[in-house]
Structures are given as C-alpha cells and as structure tokens.
Design a protein around this ligand. Structure first.
Ligand SMILES: Cc1cc2nc3c(=O)[nH]c(=O)nc-3n(C[C@H](O)[C@H](O)[C@H](O)COP(=O)(O)OP(=O)(O)OC[C@H]3O[C@@H](n4cnc5c(N)ncnc54)[C@H](O)[C@@H]3O)c2cc1C
Length: 430
C-alpha cells in the first residue's frame, strides 16, 4: 500500500494565534505546540513516514526531494509521486540593519521562550544596586516594531502582565517598565476604523505608548527612527510582516512579486513554459518586474504533480493573506482533490476535473489586553459583525479553545488560563 511522507524539522505545529500569550506566561509553550501525530493520527501507520529534516532542493525531473537533518553530512532523498510544498514564511527584516542580530521575532515557541527569558532577566537585573537609573529605564523599555495583530496582542499581554502580576511583586520597578509600539502606518490596519480606534484607546489606557514612525536601524541599545530620533530599548520585538524563506527563494519555480511560489487556482505550482530553470530569484525584489495587479497566470504553465499552499505560495491573480485560515482551507481542499483523483484512478475511471480553490474569510480577531479583544466576523468589505471589549474577549477565547484541534492542547490551555486567573503568572526563570 502506498503511503505519504512528511518532511519537517519541527515535529509539531505551533498554534500561532495564542503564541503571544506564551511570552509572558499566560500560557506555557506546550499549550500551543501540537504534536504532528495528534493532528494527523494516520502518521502512526507503518506505511506513512515522518522525517525530522529540512528539504534542501527539489529535483522535478527525478521526482525527489533532497533533505538534511542538519546534524550530519549525509543528505538523503525522498521520492514522490505528488509533492505539496507548505514550508511557510519568515519574519521580514526589509534589509533594515540590526534587525536580524538584535531584535526578537515572534513566530515560534523558541522565539516566545527567548522573549520571556529576556524579559525576566531584565526585570531581575534592573533591580541590582550597581545599575544606574538611566540604564534601569532602558532595560525596562520594551519596544514592539509593527502594530499588526501580533504586535498588538503581545503589547496587550505584556501590559496586563505588568499591571496584574509585576505590580504585585514590586510596584516601584513595575512602574518603571515602558511598552512602546512603533508603527509607520496605522495600528491593526486590516480592521475597520471603529475597531482600530477602540484598540488604540484600550492600549493607551493600559500604559502602552504609540509612536508613528518607521524604524531605520537597530543599534545595540537604541532604535533609530526615520526622522533621526533615537529610542533606547532593553528588548525589541520585530513584527512587521512576512517574506519568503531561503528555501522558497531557492526554488526554480515562478514567483509572485513578493517572492511567494506562484500557483494557479488548483494550487499547482507554475513554471515558465520555455525556461523553467530561469525562475530562481535570490531576493523577493528580483522575482517579477511587475506587480500583482498586472500579473496573470496565462504566461506560466502548471506542473501537474507539485502543489504549494499556505504562506509560501500565492495565486498572482488574487494573492491571499498569510493566514492560518488560508493555509488550513487550502490543506483541506488539496487533500480532498487528491483523494477524489486517487479513488478514480483505483477504479480505473477518468479522473474528474478539479474544482478551483475558493477561500472563505471567517474574520479577524486581536486581543488588546486584559479581558478585551476586537473581533470582525466575515469579510471586512461586506456587511459583517464586529465585537469589542469583554464580549469580544469571551468570543476570542471560546473560538481559539474550540479551534485548537485536540483534547490535550485544549486541556493545557484551559488549565493555564485558570491558573493565571487564580494565582497570576509565574516569573521564575532558569
Ligand atoms: C504570532 C503569530 C500570530 C498569528 N495569528 C494568526 C491568527 O490569529 N489567525 C490566522 O489566520 N493566522 C495567524 N498567523 C499566521 C499563521 O500562523 C500562518 O499563516 C500559518 O501558520 C501558515 O501556515 P503554513 O502551513 O503555511 O506555514 P507554517 O505554519 O509556518 O508551517 C511551515 C512548516 O514548514 C516547516 N519548514 C520550513 N522550511 C522547511 C524546509 N525547508 N523543509 C521542511 N520543512 C520546512 C516549518 O518548520 C514549519 O513546520 C499568525 C502568525 C504568527 C507568527
């Protein structure tokens, strides 16, 4: 019996909507890391395999993926009949000096653990008698660059942690902590104006400062803004959007203007009909000379046996946002179509035509701290339902608890929330 193989250096999926909560200990990291075998129990069947490795290259002619586990010189190959690429994206630095070396990204549990460790280390160090006043204030300044849902949720969680838990431990030191969001455009740009204003007001009341500017450089202890002003920081969290990974960039397929793998409406990977090997851009800006609006799939041809889905890919004729709900719907669509095709082949029937993938936007949510959230259900450009405040927060919590997918993680999350509510967050570190 033929099986399928999963290649990924991570043996779990991160439930990113709750990741910001792990930076301050509202949730422990385990609560948001879902093991692959819990998500897909059929991975335990002997004919299906999981390889803990990175895919390095795809040889379309030989139909093999070259992989490496990173610890040995020996690469290995995995043969395929059909290949689905779902390698995600990475935090974009836009080439701004210092971001890679000095800022924290917030995309994985390793990132949130590092942020939590850094926060507690600075909180402890700031209390030493050897630390001068100005240095203490710098250490206790947390700057978040990017006012999208991730930046806003982290700021909301952090201010709640300061006001609820750190104030109880040492109110004088807690009052010295500052949280600033630096955003060049507007906070929660994808939400409608009323929700944006609500979120800004709520954050302001919780002591979060908003600075409207672009960051030009991150130096060792200070940010340099576009207008030349400098902002001293102790911790900087960078959350300004996503771009392609090195793996995506290295692939010889057609790409969108933002460097994502170009796919058609059946998620088939596209190549140039005469020069497939010409599509190996080294940076997103080199990918296509024209933008999305001017692009069309007509100039490319689909490969019949390689698909791409999630953050790493987009249809140039209507690119979708890098969201879990897009990736999830695409995953279900692709599995369904491949199963229909396989059943037809087994029955020796003519495989039916694939229906095109259609995305249904369910809505957007963001926690804005304390017991408050903003929620927009449905498409923002059509009549939709919105909620703010405590009602929004209850809906936010219920939605994510039910979407968590397996009982183990639901219990972890419910238990962590209860513990935080009853006893506050834990500030021990090792
Ligand atoms: C903090 C945060 C909050 C978010 N909140 C929301 C939200 O509220 N709602 C929402 O809809 N979306 C949200 N998102 C976006 C959402 O997480 C992504 O859109 C979604 O995870 C994309 O899924 P994916 O499968 O394409 O990629 P990922 O989930 O990133 O998975 C990619 C996988 O590929 C593996 N991989 C990478 N390179 C290779 C390689 N070369 N070989 C093999 N494996 C590889 C990675 O290890 C990873 O396991 C959030 C993102 C972040 C960071």
């Amino acid at each position: 019996m033929g099986g399928w193989q999963v290649i990924s250096p991570r043996n779990h999926m991160v439930f990113t909507p709750l990741l910001a909560s792990t930076c301050v200990g509202t949730l422990e990291c385990r609560a948001v890391a879902l093991s692959l075998t819990d998500i897909q129990p059929r991975l335990k069947e002997a004919w299906n395999k999981y390889f803990s490795a990175d895919a390095l290259a795809i040889d379309h002619d030989r139909k093999v993926v070259t992989c490496s586990d990173g610890s040995s010189e020996d690469n290995f190959e995995v043969a395929y009949d059909k290949l689905a690429i779902a390698t995600g994206s990475q935090g974009s630095t836009f080439g701004i000096p210092g971001v890679e070396e000095r800022a924290h990204f917030l995309r994985d549990v390793a990132h949130s653990s590092a942020i939590r460790k850094h926060l507690i280390a600075n909180w402890n160090k700031a209390n030493l008698p050897t630390v001068p006043r100005a240095e203490r204030q710098r250490m206790l300044h947390v700057v978040i660059v990017g006012g999208g849902p991730t930046g806003v949720e982290f700021a909301g969680e952090l201010s709640n942690f300061i006001n609820k838990d750190l104030m109880r431990i040492d109110s004088e030191r807690a009052r010295d902590i500052r949280v600033t969001i630096v955003e060049g455009l507007q906070l929660l740009g994808n939400f409608d104006a009323r929700l944006r204003e609500y979120a800004a007001d709520k954050l302001h009341k919780q002591g979060v400062h908003l600075v409207k500017s672009m960051v030009k450089e991150i130096r060792e202890n200070e940010l340099v803004l576009q207008n030349g002003d400098t902002v001293p920081y102790g911790i900087c969290v960078w959350s300004t959007g996503v771009g392609p990974t090195n793996f995506t960039t290295s692939l010889h397929f057609a790409k969108t203007a933002r460097g994502r793998i170009a796919v058609d409406d059946q998620l088939r990977v596209l190549v140039h009909p005469t020069e497939p090997e010409q599509h190996a851009p080294t940076t997103p800006s080199q990918v296509e000379p024209h933008n999305h609006e001017e692009s069309s799939n007509a100039e490319f041809k689909p490969l019949g046996d390689i698909y791409a889905l999630g953050d790493c890919s987009a249809n140039v004729e209507g690119p979708l946002p890098a969201l879990a709900q897009v990736a999830e719907q695409q995953g279900k669509y692709l599995a369904k179509q491949l199963n229909i095709e396989a059943r037809a082949q087994k029955a020796k029937d003519k495989p039916p035509e694939w229906v095109p993938f259609k995305y249904r936007h369910l809505g957007s949510m963001a926690l804005v701290g304390g017991s408050s959230a903003v929620i927009e259900l449905g498409e923002s450009n059509k009549p939709h339902l919105s909620m703010t405040g405590f009602k929004g927060w209850l809906a936010w919590r219920s939605a994510y608890l039910t979407r968590l997918g397996n009982m183990r993680n639901r219990l972890y999350v419910a238990f962590n929330w209860t513990l935080t509510f009853l006893l506050g967050r834990d500030v021990s570190s090792w």
